[in-house]
Structures are given as structure tokens and as C-alpha cells.
Design a protein around this ligand. Structure first.
Ligand SMILES: Nc1ncnc2c1ncn2[C@@H]1O[C@H](COP(=O)(O)OP(=O)(O)O)[C@@H](O)[C@H]1O
Ligand SMILES: [Mg+2]
Length: 357
């Protein structure tokens, strides 16, 4: 118990008739980054709010460093810090003013508050922006100052709720560096994200949640092995051969094949258990089979499974291609390799929050 930063059992939160969190069990080892991966509305923020004592659970129990979040809320509050999905800093104040103000509220003396602020602004690459009002910050700078504000006092447990949603790749990298630095100082981080690659880069263990339930949990290796190690995107010369190509790929890969909105494109899961080499070999074999069937491939790419594909693999074992032919639309429609909306690419700008926001 002592080596667990978070332990929940059957945690439930109900909003009206919506079981936003529906029996969540989590065990988060101290000193690590733990990823909670799930799409919009999965229940991530609600879990975080209960753990941070901002929302009262309707069922089950949750402990933070062995203290119950309801019975011992004060003790929990003393050890955690929360960075929200939306920055909590004051728009009209400068970076320095915000941090100094918050540090003063946390009980630091004026000189100590000034020193800590300067230190964090430097560490987060915000020195030049220190005297600029927050409203003139870029999205990435805002996210960084928000994280800085949440670690003015080094918390034992830091909640980062979608810290990189909507950020450009460079800003995401900066936030990732910050997360690594925070953990290196001994803080446990609970990171929620919609991006598989983010969880992959930062987290030691990941819980995948959907509709308020944990649908998979494990180390990155375990999770990937369970969902396939990659996906192959294929573009054909002739759209008329697509159904044939679908059959060939499904036979060669023994995995889900989906018809993309682009009439010449298909995406298939590579169900390799283990290394990327295995996935690449499997993909190569599948391409060879297409060639043998006389189907010309104009381009192909082998990538990490997208979050959509992970969910698909976890929630529905049936080949997607079949579902697509019946319904015309699968849960993964609208995301071709060039679509630019794939969550795993970090290009998604979807921030469409539910009424909870
Ligand atoms: N305060 C609230 N009142 C009503 N419904 C809420 C509230 N907060 C969240 N919800 C609903 O609970 C579900 C989970 O929301 P949330 O935890 O914000 O998901 P996520 O953070 O994974 O996007 C959604 O259906 C959302 O609309
Ligand atoms: Mg959220």
C-alpha cells in the first residue's frame, strides 16, 4: 500500500443517468508516470477530480498515498497538485506576477516566491515572456506556465489533465520534457491523454478508459502486444480492386482491415506480438501477397496503431472491414493516413468538451 500513490476500487461517479465513471480500479505505483488514455468524454477528468478531492465519489473508494479522498480529504490535498485541461492562471497578469502571487498564496515569503518563480520560468523556457501578460502567450507557453504554477510547491502527486491537447509538436515536446523533469524529482504523475504516442513516450503503465470503464491496463509493451504493434496504410492504383485487396490483407495479416474514406485506401492492423521488426516483416509479406494477386500498390506506410485502432481492437474483435461494408461507417471513419485528424499524430484539434467543461 505504501508504494502506491493511488489506489481505487470500484470508483463510481454518476451525473443524472450518466455513469461517467463506472467502477474504476486503479493502482498507480509511486514515483512513476501513469497514463490514463481515453477519448473525449471517457471519464478521465472526472476520475482526476475525485482523486484530487474536487468531486465526491458516488461509489467505491479511492486512496492517495493511503489516505481516503473523502475521509481524509485534507491530507490528500496537502500532497497533490492539479493542472487542469484549461489554464488556471490570470490572463491579465504577467508570467512572473502569476507565479509570485500563487507562491505567496502557498505561504512563501516574498523573496522566496520571487526566487521560485524565476527558477521555474527559466526551467520552462519562459524567461523572455516573464514580464508579458498571459493573454499574449501562445498555447504552448500557457500550458507550460500552468504546469509551472502547479509545481510551485513540489507535490508528491501531480495530476496533468490532457497537458498537450491542442498543442503543436514543438510545444508538446517541451511539455514532455517538463513532465520527465518533474518525475525525476520524485513526483508521481497521473497523466490523462487522448494520444497513444504521448502515453507511450511518458508513462510506465497505462490504463485505457472508455465510457467510464477501464478496458485495458498494463505496461506499454503489454498493451501494444494486446492491440497489435502497428497499422499498415495502403493506397491502391485501382479503386475497383479494393474489396479484393481487403480480402488478401485480411488473409495475410489475420487482423482487422478497414476501408478508408479515400476510395483507394485501406488500413490494416498488424497483429505482431512483440517487436517492430515483426510488424515490418508481416507488412512486407502482406504487400507481397497483394503483388502476387496482381493488385498494384501506389504507396504504403507502416505506423503505430492510432488510438482509434487501439479502441477498436480492445472493444470489438470483428474485422472492421466487414462492419464498414454493412454500415458504411465504422467508428474509425474520417481518418486516412493523410487526414491529419488522427489522434495518434497529435494533430487533432478536437477539444470539444462535453457540458462538464
Ligand atoms: N459536472 C458534470 N455534469 C454533468 N455531466 C458531466 C459533468 N462532468 C462530466 N460529465 C459527463 O461525464 C462524462 C465524462 O466526462 P469527463 O470526465 O470530462 O471525460 P474526459 O475528461 O475523459 O473527456 C461525459 O459524458 C461528460 O459529459
Ligand atoms: Mg477531460
Amino acid at each position: 500500500m505504501t508504494d502506491l500513490a493511488i489506489e481505487t476500487e470500484g470508483l463510481v461517479k454518476v451525473f443524472g443517468t450518466n455513469r461517467a465513471v463506472d467502477g474504476v480500479d486503479l493502482r498507480v505505483p509511486a514515483g512513476t508516470v501513469y497514463g490514463v488514455l481515453g477519448p473525449n468524454g471517457a471519464g478521465k477528468t472526472t476520475v482526476v477530480k475525485m482523486l484530487a478531492t474536487l468531486l465526491r465519489p458516488d461509489g467505491g473508494r479511492a486512496g492517495v498515498f493511503g489516505k481516503d479522498v473523502v475521509e481524509d480529504a485534507d491530507a490528500v490535498r496537502g500532497r497533490v497538485s492539479l493542472t487542469g485541461q484549461y489554464a488556471s492562471v490570470d490572463e491579465d497578469l504577467t508570467g512572473t506576477e502569476n507565479l509570485v502571487l500563487l507562491a505567496r498564496l502557498l505561504g512563501h515569503s516574498r523573496p522566496a516566491a520571487r526566487e521560485r518563480s524565476a527558477q521555474l520560468l527559466a526551467a520552462f523556457g519562459l524567461e523572455e515572456a516573464a514580464d508579458r501578460q498571459i493573454k499574449n502567450y501562445s498555447g504552448g507557453m500557457r500550458r507550460r506556465i500552468d504546469i509551472a504554477a502547479s509545481i510551485l510547491n513540489t507535490p508528491d502527486l501531480l495530476f496533468l489533465d490532457e497537458p498537450t491537447t491542442g498543442l503543436d509538436p514543438r510545444s508538446r515536446n517541451q511539455v514532455w520534457d517538463i513532465v520527465r523533469a518533474v518525475v525525476a524529482q520524485g513526483t508521481t504523475v497521473l497523466l490523462t491523454t487522448q494520444y497513444l504516442d504521448e502515453a507511450d513516450r511518458l508513462a510506465s503503465r497505462i490504463a485505457v478508459i472508455d465510457h467510464g470503464k477501464v478496458i485495458a491496463e498494463g505496461t506499454k509493451g503489454e498493451l501494444k502486444a494486446s492491440v497489435g504493434s502497428g497499422s499498415v496504410h495502403v493506397r491502391l492504383r485501382d479503386p475497383g480492386r479494393r474489396h479484393e485487396a481487403e480480402r488478401v490483407l485480411r488473409g495475410a495479416l489475420r487482423a482487422a482491415v478497414q476501408l478508408d474514406p479515400d476510395p483507394v485506401a485501406l488500413t490494416a492492423t498488424v497483429d505482431g506480438h512483440g517487436t517492430d521488426l515483426g510488424a515490418a516483416e508481416q507488412a512486407a509479406r502482406a504487400l507481397a501477397e497483394l503483388a502476387r494477386a496482381g493488385i498494384t500498390v501506389d504507396s504504403f506506410a507502416l505506423g503505430q496503431p492510432s488510438l482509434d485502432e487501439v479502441f477498436l481492437a480492445l472493444t470489438d474483435g470483428a474485422p472492421v472491414g466487414e462492419k464498414d461494408t454493412v454500415e458504411g461507417k465504422g467508428p474509425v471513419d474520417g481518418k486516412g493516413p493523410a487526414g491529419g485528424t488522427r489522434p495518434a499524430d497529435g494533430k487533432s484539434t478536437a477539444d470539444g468538451k462535453g457540458p462538464a467543461a
